[in-house]
Design a protein around this ligand. Structure first.
Ligand code: ATP
Ligand code: MG
Length: 468
């Protein structure tokens, strides 16, 4: 029987599934022209759109394209279809580093080698303005020569959307590797947060188990928050000293990257990497120039925002986003007026706490009952019996960055006309001072036309250029 071979872009023959994460499946593939083995990460657009993060993805992909380091999984190209984003990257043949740890703790020299390579990769990426924020075993891979390859650098957006406080509804994995300030959602420094995770990883390599363990998630959070852990008896004094400085719950006093690299335990047997010349150094192109043509360029410039810098105006949603929000690329929805739509969205450049108090104030004024449900969901209930019973509206807040949110109103019961009237005459005006823009007020016709050309299931090479 003939076997069905999936070929992407007439260039990549898709092979077996290598693994699966929250947002994506990763397949082995072969470049039909060069025979090179690659890994292709297939990201479900729908899942990303639900968390409203297209702009960051675009920015982060553009940063990734400029990052080249022997210990970072290289990004070759990005393609997209109507429903999927395909990220073609270097294939790490040796699989996950932690498959080794599962078999038992590593010898000190072996652990140190991986730790040195990890720090080298992380420090390099920090110098390029990229923070990982999701350093964990699944993202530490090995090549055929047993060298460490960090994957998912630059995709911190995906990491962020998973582990936040519930404004986003995607599930959060165990926080074992996440720095306390990230858990507490204080504005944090990406550098210091990554150093913490590197410390947890070093501990695990040497111990064979996690430093912060508890069957109860809350207890585990508490231990992380206090930096409460014990060293196994076989940890040497010098590595204990280093780990104590890394696993300091206060990011301000936590050791810096420079100091880690100066540490005597760290430096033992260190092989200096040859300097790598990157696109950034040779061509002096800004990450956003590089993203040009990959997706549309954001309007405000910055390549990748650390949450500390996110006070600045976030990117406005562009045509790509609006289309993406409209179901199934049905462009007609964009030109309808709001009247027949059940869902109405706006973006706000205010923190969630302000949006919530504004919603409460509005409900008070309009005599609507408001009840908080799980995550960022609020149930609004009309007090009057309408034509089809009392009006019920879901208001849901999605975080895009800590300072930028998307709020969606959706009628769940009651009369549509009454709902539309309430929205138009009462809700919209009441929210004026927190609204950045209502979703349908930002169409850019030329971009719409361009985006609309994407055919169903046709895989477009958004960036067909190989990055050398
Ligand atoms: P998440 O991204 O949801 O936090 P994750 O990192 O496990 O979790 P993916 O990045 O989607 O999810 O990767 C899934 C799995 O695929 C990884 O755990 C890894 O085993 C494998 N994998 C990812 N990238 C590569 C690669 N470049 N080469 C080989 N295997 C890979
Ligand atoms: Mg990963």
């Amino acid at each position: 029987m003939e076997q069905k071979v999936r070929v992407l872009m007439q260039r990549y023959e898709l092979g077996r599934l290598l693994g699966q994460g929250t947002f994506a499946k990763v397949y082995h593939a072969r470049n039909l022209l060069t025979g090179m083995n690659v890994a292709i990460k297939v990201v479900d657009k729908e899942k990303i759109l639900k968390v409203g993060m297209i702009d960051q993805i675009k920015r982060e992909i553009s940063v990734m394209r400029l990052v080249k380091h022997p210990n970072v999984v290289e990004l070759f190209e990005v393609m997209a279809s109507k429903t999927k984003i395909y990220i073609v990257m270097e294939y790490a043949k040796g699989g996950e580093l932690f498959n080794k740890v599962v078999k038992g703790k590593l010898k000190e020299d072996a652990a140190r080698k991986y730790f040195q390579q990890l720090i080298s990769a992380v420090d390099y990426c920090h110098s390029r303005g990229a923070y990982h924020r999701d350093l964990k075993p699944e993202n530490l891979l090995l090549d055929e020569n047993d060298n460490l390859k960090v994957s998912d650098f630059g995709f911190s957006v995906l990491a962020e959307s998973k582990c936040e406080d519930g404004l986003l509804y995607t599930t959060c994995g165990t926080p074992s590797y996440v720095a306390p300030e990230v858990i507490k959602r204080r504005g944090y420094d990406g550098t210091k947060a990554d150093i913490w995770s590197c410390g947890v990883i070093l501990y695990v390599l040497l111990a064979g188990y996690l430093p912060f363990r508890d069957a109860n998630l809350m207890q585990m959070y508490k231990k992380i928050g206090k930096g409460e852990f014990k060293f196994p008896r076989w940890f040497a004094p010098d590595v204990r000293r280093l780990l104590s400085k890394i696993l300091d719950p206060n990011p301000k006093t936590r050791i810096s990257m420079v100091k880690v690299m100066e540490n005597s335990w760290f430096k033992r047997g260190l092989v200096k990497e040859k300097p790598v010349i990157t696109n950034m150094e040779t061509k002096q192109i800004s990450p956003l120039d590089a993203a040009d043509g990959v997706f549309e360029v954001c309007e405000n410039g910055d390549p990748i925002a650390d949450s500390k810098q996110e006070q600045t105006k976030p990117c406005k949603l562009n045509a790509f986003d609006i289309i993406s929000f409209s179901t199934g690329f049905d462009l007609s929805g964009l030109f309808d007026d709001d009247v027949h739509k059940k869902e109405v969205r706006f973006t706000s450049n205010k923190p969630a706490s302000i949006i919530i108090s504004k919603l409460e104030e509005m409900c008070n004024q309009l005599r609507l009952k408001i009840k908080k449900k799980e995550g960022g969901l609020f149930k609004l209930e009309g007090s009057n019996e309408g034509r089809k019973g009392a009006l019920g509206i879901d208001a849901e807040i999605f975080e895009i960055t800590p300072q930028f949110h998307l709020v969606e109103f959706k009628k769940c019961h009651g009369d549509t006309m009454e709902y539309q009237k309430l929205l138009k005459e009462d809700i919209r005006p009441a929210l004026n001072d927190i609204v950045w823009t209502w979703q349908r007020e930002q169409q850019q016709p030329q971009q719409l036309q361009h985006e609309g050309e994407v055919q169903e299931e046709q895989i477009e090479a958004i960036s067909s250029q190989q990055i050398s």
